[in-house]
Ligand binder design. Structure first.
Ligand code: FMN
Length: 188
């Protein structure tokens, strides 16, 4: 069981090409169940989600977001809303982490359900937050953290293989290991 979970985590890749067919409502609902199973600081759950399947709204998002021009038939906006958070400390400090955990849960659940998905970064870039807020009619207290595009994949990718021993320290950090060179992150 444990190994299967690691396999699933490695199999999850960003999918940016989708089949021209909708995602069933039940599957979208499962993704939201997965999202809300995420941990959050003090169990604060400061999240809200906007599920978009209308082609006109998806088109508007695509037209405004440079790095989101993919043909997904659905998008889930993961939003933070401090005013509904269960805990005042986490409300102030942790909504980004909480919503990020929910976002990752959606991505992993999508992979497990045979769907493709990609995290489109929104927060903290004002130039991205603004159009998303406008298009989705988000009130002021609701901030979009990410869009997750979802659909049936029209591309396949190998599982990631990113384990690097040199990134790992046991018990205490060792400065001499800092010679590690960073790989350039790039879309692939
Ligand atoms: C915070 C964040 C923002 C991202 N924003 C975008 C984006 O705007 N557009 C995009 O195509 N991919 C985006 N990605 C996906 C990354 O490019 C992708 O996760 C990374 O290249 C690793 O590839 P993989 O997801 O296939 O393992 C984002 C990922 C994260 C975590």
């Amino acid at each position: 069981m444990f190994v299967e979970i690691i396999d699933l985590l490695r199999a999850r890749r960003s999918i940016r090409a989708y089949e021209d067919r909708p995602v069933e409502h039940e599957l979208l609902q499962q993704l939201l169940v997965a999202a809300m199973a995420a941990p959050s600081a003090c169990n604060s759950q400061p999240w809200e989600f906007v599920v978009v399947t209308q082609p006109e709204i998806l088109d508007r998002l695509r037209s405004k977001l440079l790095f989101a021009r993919y043909n997904a038939p659905a998008a889930i906006a993961v939003c933070g809303n401090p005013s509904i958070a269960h805990n005042s400390v986490s409300r102030k400090f942790y909504w980004v982490q909480d919503c990020s955990a929910a976002t990752q849960n959606i991505l992993v659940a999508a992979a497990g359900l045979g769907l493709g998905a990609v995290w489109i970064g929104v927060y903290p870039l004002p130039s991205v937050i603004k159009p998303v807020r406008e298009i989705l009619a988000l009130p002021e207290e609701v901030t979009p953290l990410a869009l997750v595009y979802v659909g049936y994949p029209a591309e396949t990718k190998p599982p990631s293989d990113r384990y690097e021993e040199r990134r790992v320290y046991w018990e205490q950090y060792e400065p001499r290991k800092r010679r590690a060179r960073h790989k350039n992150a790039k879309y692939e």
